[in-house]
Write a protein that binds this ligand. Structure first.
Ligand SMILES: Cc1ncc(COP(=O)(O)O)c(C=O)c1O
Length: 345
């Protein structure tokens, strides 16, 4: 089984019959500003990527955790796909609306999935001992729901006491470091996934991290093919993770752009209820309306991301607009909204 993902412009081009180069892609949560990659030395292209530990040490510095808690992987997708098979089979709490690859991975590994609608329901499941493990996406994609570190640590204690795991997907947490549990790794019973794709705008190099107890990192590493991470990915990742000056600018730049974007969307699409992180804004609303708006945007070469209907409601997620495109985009979104209002009763 394969799942749909954002960023698939070739598929959208075919579906809407609009050439690839005419699309504005809002369908991912990848920053429109990427860490500026300098020329990669010839030796990095030429030689096999044996680890000299530079990437791992840079990651330990950036995430504020012990070096022994870190395994570099080809995207956090790799970690989240392979971790469930390493944990004791049981009942796992998974967000009803969230990055769907998680559910697939836990089910494939033989766990029983128990869905939760929001943090309050999750809390009940954990406190009541109804689940062995809990998976939290923090902040959640696409709902943007955010749990505090304190809340998560409390749940971690409860799960750990009965031999369970708290697994936190922090793929979008670079923009809200206060909620991160990365610095608590390696704690028994705690797993954190991190991505270099979103905040650093480097999804193409496929780099992420598993932060977990050393034994779990070793287990995953021993099952990985040799040289799973390319040498350029290791080299670029190490440099980006150490560039604290750029990171500070990026945080501010994203914050400013996200605030403006949320305001634009709230004004332009009053039919949706928005929540946001600094990397995307998600509008929840009537499923038929979301579908109509997705189509109307698509006909204008604007690719948003639509999520499946749950109890009559869907979510349309809008990534940050490419630099310089806001005015034009706002116009296109307003036209699409007007069209939907004429179409729908
Ligand atoms: C919540 C979440 N976690 C993890 C991933 C995987 O990201 P990557 O493999 O690029 O690190 C994604 C991708 O969109 C995501 O949305």
């Amino acid at each position: 089984m394969t799942l749909d993902h954002g960023g698939n412009i070739p598929a959208a081009a075919q579906r809407f019959n609009i050439p690839v180069e005419r699309w504005i892609d809002l369908s991912t949560g990848i920053s429109p500003w990427s860490w500026p990659v300098p020329p990669v030395p010839q030796s990095v292209w030429q030689t096999l990527p044996y680890s000299d530990d530079q990437l791992e040490r840079a990651a330990a510095g950036y995430y504020g955790c012990n070096r022994d808690a870190i395994l570099a992987v080809p995207g956090s997708q790799y970690a989240l796909q392979h971790t469930p098979a390493l944990l004791r089979k049981g009942r796992v709490a998974i967000p009803q609306r969230g990055y769907t690859e998680h559910r697939l991975a836990w089910q494939r590994a033989g766990h029983q999935v128990v869905e939760y609608a929001d943090a309050a329901v999750l809390q009940e499941l954990v406190s009541g001992g109804c689940v062995d493990h809990a998976l939290v996406i923090n902040p959640n994609n696409p709902t943007a729901e955010l749990l505090s570190a304190l809340h998560l640590l409390d749940m971690h204690q409860r799960l750990r006491a009965s031999g369970g795991w708290l697994v936190v997907d922090e793929a979008f947490a670079d923009v809200c470091p206060a909620v991160s549990l990365a610095s608590h790794c390696p704690e028994p019973g705690l797993i954190v996934y991190r991505s270099v794709g979103k905040f650093f705008g480097l999804a193409g190099i496929r780099l992420g991290f598993l932060l977990a107890p050393t034994s779990l990192c070793s287990q995953m590493q021993s099952a990985m093919p040799p040289w799973s991470l390319s040498h350029p990915a290791r080299w670029i990742g190490a440099a980006a993770l150490q560039d604290t000056a750029w990171q500070a600018i990026q945080r501010l730049q994203l914050q400013r752009a996200a605030q403006q974007w949320l305001q634009t969307l709230q004004e332009s699409v009053p039919g949706l209820q928005f929540s946001a992180t600094d990397l995307f804004a998600s509008g929840s609303g009537d499923a038929a309306y979301c579908e109509a708006l997705f189509q109307a945007l698509g006909r204008r070469g604007v690719l948003a991301r639509i999520f499946e209907a749950i109890e009559g409601y869907s979510v349309l997620r809008f990534g940050l607009p490419p630099p310089g495109s806001v005015e034009h985009l706002t116009q296109l979104i307003r036209e699409a909204v007007e069209e939907c209002e004429c179409e729908l009763p």
